[in-house]
Write a protein that binds this ligand. Structure first.
Ligand code: ADP
Ligand code: GLC
Length: 508
């Protein structure tokens, strides 16, 4: 047969990929990592890979995982009791998940990292050391699993020790480490290092040591075959002292082994045409229906119901990173000089929670704040607002601005990280050719945000056709996981190749 006329494409490599994360939606979530950890493996499976997830068996995970069964007991170095591994499927998705069941470490109220009062769990180093040990055991293959990953994909500091432990192991998989946020590094003192009885050989600047402290995240950065972060712009930013959190030099040294791969969003969860949290579903062909969600949002947040008034929305963790204080700073001008309403939802910094609650109490017809975490209301804010504010000081990727685009809610964002990579700024040129999707401002201060907001209000009022064009362009933007998953596929291939050369070099 003439092979040049063979129409069948070459078979996909079909990697086995173990994705390790400390949170995954809908089992447990504090931020975007959870969304990524459950949607990337599904997108990889859609491309023909056998991707599976491993996370700690928190109470919420034990409750929600389907077809849960006991898989094996692991004897882990430094851990007295055997650790049980359970397996099952993620709710509403055909994604196999392994749960690391160490009740003393993971069965507690609160979130994965803090107690109910917001304080870090004192034994976080022990908890995530145990998780990393379990990841390693699964990554090296267990007879009960009958499955072995070609690639281990670790995410953020909680999984950072796994690459360090596996690095020199002969039969290890290729390792990819993703930095979702460099500001969280898992830093602990030398006494903790000694208490954990980690190998002395790893205590060096070429290992886990970071300014006389131990760094979980360095384990991932130093020992993985490939390292990435979640947007191309953030990947450049973290190589500078301003954004590098002390690790910019190390990241620069990685050269071509380090890059940015933009996240996608999960269209199964974030789709205004099918979203069960909305009063009224709509799509790019039925944009006028969106206003019903605005009226519902106003009702649900006790604001006067008025479809003419523009509603600004914000959802996010209340932390320094997100620049919520800039929104607080423009509030007096917003109240005095405009008639817009502001709806905010978030939890975190107690002082910001207090300031926002007081602002809402002072301006009950204009500002409404929900201090707390509420998925349904987050969806309603995305759908019911006209404008989404995201003045983050830095933003590795950011998912909320992408949800806003998808929901026809025009984002106003600081020109940084993934925000810069996903929003096309409105200027005469982009408004003219219909490519503008939002507003970017350069200076992360109240004036920067205020001027961008004024520009947005002006265009929405004076040029409604162009405003509608922005909504349409945003809703039509391809934000799906497929393109990102394809980039990870290539990244895994590179990691496998690098792992192969490493193995050859070691055995030579
Ligand atoms: P980060 O991971 O830094 O928190 P992202 O924009 O990547 O930022 O993702 C945040 C995710 O967490 C989004 O899915 C957002 O809707 C969700 N989220 C954050 N705070 C809340 C909240 N208070 N209520 C509901 N969802 C929230
Ligand atoms: C982090 C970042 C956020 C990113 C998310 C998922 O929490 O702060 O920008 O979108 O991880 O990658």
């Amino acid at each position: 047969m003439d092979s040049t006329h063979d129409p069948s494409p070459s078979p996909r490599p079909g990697y086995n990929v173990l994705v390790a994360s400390s949170e995954a939606h809908p089992l447990i979530k504090t931020g975007g990592l959870a969304d990524v950890a459950s949607s990337l493996p599904v997108a990889l499976r859609d491309l023909g890979h056998d991707a599976r997830l491993i996370i700690p068996a928190y109470p919420g995970a034990l409750k929600q995982v389907r077809e849960l069964k006991r898989l094996c007991d692991l004897r882990l170095p430094g851990v007295a009791l055997p650790v049980r591994v359970l397996s099952g499927l993620l709710p509403e998705r055909d994604l196999p998940v392994y749960l690391v069941d160490a009740p003393e470490h993971f069965c507690r109220e609160g979130n994965p990292y803090t107690d109910v009062s917001g304080r870090d769990w004192g034994d976080n180093p022990e908890r995530f050391l145990l998780f990393c040990r379990a990841i390693c055991a699964i990554a090296l293959g267990q007879s009960a699993l009958n499955w072995r990953p070609d690639v281990l994909h670790c995410n953020d500091w909680q999984t950072g020790l796994a690459p360090a432990f596996l690095h020199e192991h002969e039969s290890r998989p290729a390792i990819v480490f993703t930095i979702h946020n460099l500001a969280y590094q898992g830093l602990f003192d030398r006494a903790t290092y000694d208490r954990l009885q980690l190998p002395a050989s790893l205590w060096s600047v070429a290992g886990l040591e970071f300014h006389q402290r131990m760094s979980f995240i360095k384990g991932g950065i130093v020992f993985a075959d490939r390292v990435n972060t979640v947007s191309p712009t953030y990947a450049e930013e973290v190589k500078t002292p301003r954004f590098g959190c002390g690790l910019d030099g190390l990241l620069r040294q990685l050269g071509g082994r380090f890059r940015g791969i933009l996240n996608g969003i999960d269209y199964r969860v974030w789709n205004p045409a099918k979203d069960p949290s909305l009063l009224q579903n709509y799509s790019v062909d039925t944009i006028p229906l969106k206003v019903e969600n605005k009226l519902e949002l106003q009702r649900s947040f006790d604001l006067p119901r008025n479809e003419q008034v523009l509603v600004l929305g914000h959802v996010g963790r209340l932390v320094e990173q997100k620049g919520v204080d800039l929104i607080v700073d423009i509030l007096p001008r917003l109240i005095a000089e405009t008639d817009v309403q502001l709806v905010m939802q978030g939890a975190g910094d107690r002082e910001l929670e207090r300031v926002l609650t007081e602002a809402a109490a002072r301006n009950p017809d204009r500002v409404s704040v929900n201090v707390g975490y509420d998925e349904d209301r987050a969806h309603l804010i995305e759908a019911g607002s006209d404008i989404f504010l995201m003045p983050s000081r830095f933003e590795p990727c950011g998912l909320n601005q992408m949800y806003s685009l998808r929901y026809g809610t025009v984002p106003i964002v600081h020109n940084t990280g993934g925000l810069a990579d996903t929003i096309i700024d409105a200027d005469d040129h982009t408004l003219g050719n219909g490519t503008a999707t939002g507003f970017l401002f350069n200076d992360p201060n109240a004036d920067g945000l205020w001027y961008a907001l004024q520009k947005a209000l002006h265009i929405s009022r004076e040029r409604p056709e162009q405003w509608r064009g922005m909504m349409v362009a945003g809703m039509r933007q391809d934000l799906s996981w497929e393109a990102s998953a394809r980039q990870y596929e290539l990244f895994y291939a590179e990691a496998l190749e690098a792992r192969q050369s490493h193995a050859t070099a070691v055995s030579a």
